[in-house]
Design a binder for this molecule. Structure first.
Ligand code: ADP
Ligand code: MG
Length: 272
């Protein structure tokens, strides 16, 4: 948290003017939030063994904004499920914030998922009978500990953050696709997760609505959120700072894009 504040402070310091056109550089002292070593996930189907992840080494640092691309079946969703502690790797290690998750019990893994991970899905996965506010409150109920009032306050604050303050009492069937995805993003943010994972978040949205949702991800990134997005669309990946390409369960390229630097005329540039 302290590191996060420090990073934000550094970004807005006047001495950074000459640096404005360079990509954001983080101090080397930043430890990776995510550290995968030799991660494999093998599915057994009858006598066949499918190597969905086939030896992944990956470090992702705080506030990185990463796209995962690759053809269908290359292992993108499997990777996200492992990162999100929805699934376990067959072998290898996965450290999240310096803690090895590989040996956690199912309860331990669920706790990590409920407190440190925010997940956004292509098909929103909202509960149809609950209004937006209650959908966003749900992870706070699962995580336990918060009072009714604090849950309400936090859930409202997240809906305001995604631009849906006018829609808190609406049920999913009273919302547009873009609004549903915003509710899902607010829900993913409800526990202030250390990583936000989104698997094809714009896959069910038209291009104009997608752009609005991507701008929201950009804003969250600027506020310090670590974000990983799976997409097969170049236009989506262009929003991020780093693109991983997968094929046959492996990462075949890992490139920095230089996107999302401070742009002239933006609020940040004006403050400098
Ligand atoms: P992507 O998201 O890139 O399309 P996936 O991670 O969904 O790829 O799948 C990677 C490989 O693992 C594919 O060959 C897929 O068929 C296989 N696979 C995914 N989930 C399962 C499962 N639950 N059981 C068996 N095979 C699976
Ligand atoms: Mg997939």
């Amino acid at each position: 948290m302290l590191k996060l504040k420090l990073t934000k402070k550094l970004k807005t310091m006047p001495t950074m003017v000459a640096e404005a056109e360079k990509p954001i550089i983080r101090p080397e002292v930043d430890k990776p939030v995510i550290r995968l070593r030799e991660v494999k996930r093998v599915y057994k189907v009858g006598v066949e063994r499918i190597h969905a992840l086939d030896g992944i080494d990956l470090d992702i640092r705080q506030n990185e904004y990463v796209a995962v691309m690759g053809p269908s079946g290359s292992g993108k969703s499997t990777l996200m499920n492992v990162l999100g502690c929805l699934d376990r790797c067959t072998s290898g290690t996965y450290e999240l914030n310096g803690r090895n998750t590989t040996r956690l019990s199912s309860g331990g893994l669920a706790h990590v998922r409920n407190t440190q991970i925010g997940f956004v899905f292509q098909s929103f996965e909202l509960l149809p009978r609950l209004n937006a506010l209650k959908n966003v409150e749900l992870p706070l109920i699962y995580a336990g500990g918060a009072t009714w009032l604090s849950r309400r306050t936090q859930a409202k604050e997240k809906l305001v953050r995604v631009g849906l303050s006018e829609r808190i009492k609406h049920r999913p069937n009273q919302l547009s696709g873009g609004e549903k995805q915003r509710v899902a993003i607010a829900r993913a943010l409800s526990n202030n997760p250390s990583i936000l994972l989104a698997d094809e978040p714009t896959g069910n949205l038209d291009s104009k609505t997608s752009e609005g949702v991507l701008k929201l991800f950009d804003q969250l990134h600027r506020e310090g959120q670590t974000i990983i997005i799976v997409t097969h669309e170049e236009i989506v990946a262009r929003h991020t700072e780093r693109i991983l390409h997968m094929r046959d369960g492996r990462i075949i390229s890992d490139e920095k894009t230089g996107a999302n630097r401070v742009k002239p005329g933006s609020q940040e540039a004006e403050n400098e």
